[in-house]
Design a protein around this ligand. Sequence first.
Ligand code: ZN
Length: 455
Amino acid sequence: MTGLWFRQALLPEGWTASVRVAISGGRLATVEPGAPPRAGDQRHAIGLPGLPNLHSHAFQRAMAGRAERRVAGADDFWLWRERMYQLAQAVQPEDLRAIAALAYAEMLQAGFVRVGEFHYLHNAPDGRPYADPGEMAISLAAAAADSGIALTLLPVFYAHSGFGAAAPTDGQARFVNSLDGYGRLLEGSGRAISGLEGAVLGVAPHSLRAVTPEHLAELTRLLPAAPVHIHVAEQTREVEDCFAWSGRRPVDWLLAHAQIDRRWCLVHATHMDAAETLALAASGAIAGLCPITEANLGDGIFPAEPFLAAGGQIGVGSDANVRIDATEELRLLEYGQRLTQRRRNVLAESADEPTADRLYRAALAGGGQALGCDPPALRPGAPASFISLDAEHPALADAPPDEYLSRWIFAAGRAAVDGVWVGGRQLVAEGRHLRWTQIVSDYRAAIGRLRADSA
Ligand code: ZN
């Protein structure tokens, strides 16, 4: 049994002094407040649950910072997508493993302990399924094992390029499936993750552009209790196209035609009117927000204040992985609201609780629900997945415990993440992933292969 001791730890009841935890079989066997450290215990200053990252396309890490030069007259999401498709076309299974391992190691270093991988790169570059339809899922499972992050794999169903069952484009050949093919893919994906402790399998209709209403109904029946994730209302053009097709806005259409409930995570849901905002909040579904990506791609700003005020639940995701930082997602979520409303602490629930605590608490609960597991918590019986913060970071100097989250999220950022444990295994020490050198070396080799292919 491994023991750790924290000077302060965030337990379900709040910040607590002198907490000793014992780990057995990947879980917290005991959590003792007010206990002294024992001989052999690792000692850390500040311990707290790590955050779930509910939405990632790991391979896109390989284009981070490489699309920041304007193309054509007015660069937008759709032009970015063309460049992303070029990368998607080139990535081989071994490349995916290396790129995803880097993204996952960075997620761990940034305070995430579980990732929801919204995975749509299924077929060989010629559009045919691999001999094992789960080939690319095997690469993602290997990357999760290489890095140690907990995985919720969300194989994506993709059939069309636009509303009204428009034929897919050449650039989408690696994503496309029939329902039968998707059934085989789901089986292959289940096999791929079967050796990973705590892994969860869900289903992911890509978007209302890419699936028909009939597909949607079928997909939600395939794994009856599993998470269902879908991209929705990210771009205003998508809202206009959906309205032209159906006479409804995307979130409104989904709420009217699918049984949206706690199983669901609506990724982005950026463009909602007031009625959609209230209805989604009441549905029990999670709004999966990706503020860094939404800023990078020029998507828009989620109506977070009315959504949270109506009892809506949110989580955060790193999506395109242009930057990977749990605190930055939360900070940018709040800053988007401040910039548009010209007020401060917009998403605070009350004067009693710091804004950072509210955001962190929401992302912990919403992320856990969206990824099909209990929210990370320091309580007996829970998976031993948590992080420690470096109390020596200047932004944390003289911080009282009730300011730790404010100092971390608004001032220090990912640099203050010191140690990370998932399922009882320490993966990050002194801010660095324990396999960092190997993972970066493998990543560089993959980037070299991709550049050679495109030359
Ligand atoms: Zn996405």
